[in-house]
Write a protein that binds this ligand. Structure first.
Ligand SMILES: [Zn+2]
Length: 120
């Protein structure tokens, strides 16, 4: 979605620029004013599409949080997405997949997102 809207934005901006140039050409005649307006609208639409993705990225400030689960009976450890109500040393309903022992939350961490993930 992000890439498509960027391509569409670039196409609209370039197409709008060309239409605008056509409209400014005195040889175009009576249609020049219409082309000028259409070109302006296309360019502004293209620009808003190009900048829309950037704005969304800035808004996304909440960092992903993970919960580390540890088994009390063996050395089993698991990291899963944080769920509401998770806290350190909270006993869990689920049993250990290795030894069927009781498991508890060992830690809750905020994970810094890898910057490479957002690039393509
Ligand atoms: Zn275990």
């Amino acid at each position: 979605m992000g890439i498509i809207s960027k391509i569409l934005g670039a196409v609209l901006t370039i197409g709008g620029g060309l239409t605008l140039a056509y409209g400014m050409d005195p040889n175009t005649g009576s249609l020049s004013f219409v082309l000028f307006i259409v070109g302006l609208v296309m360019m502004s639409m293209g620009f808003s599409l190009l900048t829309a993705g950037r704005k969304k990225k800035e808004v996304k400030t909440s960092l992903p949080t993970v919960t580390e689960i540890r088994c009390n009976g063996c050395d089993f450890k698991e990291i899963r997405d944080y769920e509401k109500g998770d806290y350190i040393l909270k006993p869990l309903e689920a049993n250990c997949p290795k030894c069927s022992g009781k498991m508890a939350i060992e830690g809750v961490y905020v994970v810094r997102e890898e910057p490479e993930k957002d690039r393509f």
